[in-house]
Every structure is written in C-alpha cells, then in structure tokens.
Design a binder for this molecule. Structure first.
Ligand code: ATP
Length: 259
C-alpha cells in the first residue's frame, strides 16, 4: 500500500497540494481526474517518490518513501510520465529493454529478454521491435513507452504503476487497449494510478476515482459515489448529464455545456 497522511506540497509560496490523505492498495486501479492545474501530476510525483512532500508523510509498503534509494524505488514502481521525448535514435526493442535497466548490470539476462518479448506482445508493439523509435507516430511512441514501464515491474509482485495521461495521442482502439492493460495489471495485483481526462474512461476502468480541485481532494470513492453532476460541475465548471446507458454498471456522462 502507498499512503499519504496529511500531505502538502508547495512550489515557492504557492501551495500545489494541501491536506491530502489517501491510500492506494495493491490490486486496485485508482483514476485521478480534475481540471488543468488541479495538482494531478504533482500528486502522482509524490505517490511515486519522484518528489518529496513538504509536510505530512508518504509511506510505500510501510516504509517512509524517503528511505528508498532511486534504485530501490525503480524495483517497486514504474512511471509513465507525460513527456517522453528522446533526441537520439534507439530501436523500439532497445527502448523497451530500458525498462529492465534496474534489473541488470552490463548485459540483460535471458529472463530480461523474455520479459521484453512478452510485454511487447501484450502491449501490441511487437511488430515495431526493429523500428527506429524516432520514426514512430506519437501514438506508437506512447504504446512503446507503456511497454517500457510495464517491463520494469512485470516480474515484481505487488509493484505500482503510475500513468500520467496514458491515453494521450492514442486512437479509440488503443485508448481502450492501454486502459485494458492497466486494468489487467491491477487485477493481477499491481497498484495502478492513472491520471485521466476522460471521465467515462475513469468510470469504466477504475475501482476508485479521486477528483482533485485546486490541490485538494474534492471527492474520493467508487465511480458511482464520486461521478455526479454536482462533483463534475464543482471540479470542471461544466454541467454534465449522467446516463445509465446500455445497463452500464458505472456512470456515463456527456457535457451539457459551460456553466
Ligand atoms: N515548480 C512550480 N512552480 C510553480 N508552480 C508550479 C510548479 N509546478 C507546478 N506548478 C503549478 O501547480 C499547479 C498544479 O500542477 P500539476 O502539473 O500538478 O497540474 P495537473 O492537474 O497535472 O494539470 P494538467 O491537467 O494541466 O496536466 C499548476 O497550476 C502548475 O502551474
């Protein structure tokens, strides 16, 4: 479990996150939604140990996250960040193998090679293995980056996966595939946290949804508890109509317009 206890984070005098209390369990998928600038990426950086809270406590599997070295963190969690630009040429299979760097010195083992193959298969990028990464489309690059971060934690029971807007630049099919993959990993026992802008995807795939507003938790609970016309209007300033379409077990929303 990752737990945040009364966590706050500031940049200069500006408070980006305040009074955050949150637990992320292994085996769950938590979606984080909220307006631009609400603090979603900052929250993810605190959860993943990429940044340290200014006040409060962040614990990863019962240990204070500050006690983990970067090398130790790399064996507990993987992070797909928003911007994955590369200025030098690498083959796609080399990029995915980078996910295994924390696991070997010098040469990858046959186990590392097998994992890279399996993950490329599962994420649908196997056919791109020999391509120069820089020649891929934005959506293809995003899928390769997902393969890389999954390869990092693939063989670590109960590890955590952080995805910052993973569906960015993907077509409808691959948006669903990437979220299916994330869901599948949560079902296998990984703790998955995904920042999503599509409320319907959050509703459809996540066990719980966290809505951030101006650095504070506006709502946290199951999609049915959290995704309401009121909370969406509060968080985004947009009026939404809620549907129970096609017997969906989860809320389904469409915008009515700007408030
Ligand atoms: N180093 C910094 N100094 C000052 N302000 C910062 C700093 N880092 C982030 N911010 C501000 O903190 C707020 C939260 O940023 P964050 O990236 O966490 O938002 P977000 O919810 O992920 O937004 P988006 O949906 O646009 O990606 C934003 O207003 C951002 O401009």
């Amino acid at each position: 479990m990752i737990s945040l206890n009364q966590v706050s984070y500031k940049a200069g005098k500006k408070t980006l996150l305040a009074d955050i209390n949150l637990e992320v369990q292994k085996g769950e998928m938590l979606a984080v939604i909220g307006a631009n600038g609400a603090g979603k990426s900052t929250l993810m950086k605190l959860l993943s140990g990429d940044q340290q809270a200014h006040t409060g406590e962040v614990r990863l599997d019962d240990e204070h996250i500050k006690t983990y070295s970067m090398a130790a963190l790399a064996l507990r969690r993987a992070v797909l960040s928003q911007h994955n630009t590369l200025s030098v040429s690498f083959l796609v299979e080399e990029i995915v193998m980078m996910g295994r760097y924390p696991h070997f010195n010098g040469q990858p083992s046959s186990h590392d090679v097998d994992i890279v193959k399996s993950v490329m298969n599962e994420t649908g990028v196997k056919h791109l293995a020999g391509r120069d990464y820089s020649t891929l489309s934005g959506g293809e690059q995003q899928r390769v980056q997902l393969a890389r971060v999954i390869a990092q934690i693939y063989d670590i029971d109960g590890a955590y996966l952080f995805l910052d807007e993973p569906t960015n630049g993907l077509d409808l099919l691959y948006q669903q595939q990437i979220l299916n993959t994330a869901r599948h990993l949560a079902d296998k026992g990984f703790g998955v946290v995904a920042i999503l802008h599509d409320i319907n995807f959050a509703s459809r795939y996540a066990d719980r949804v966290l809505i951030l507003k101006e650095g504070r938790i506006l709502a946290l609970g199951t999609p049915n508890e959290v995704i309401t016309a009121y909370s969406i209007q509060e968080a985004f300033g947009v009026q939404m109509a809620l549907f129970d379409a096609y017997g969906c077990k989860y809320p389904f929303v469409i915008p009515k317009g700007i408030v």
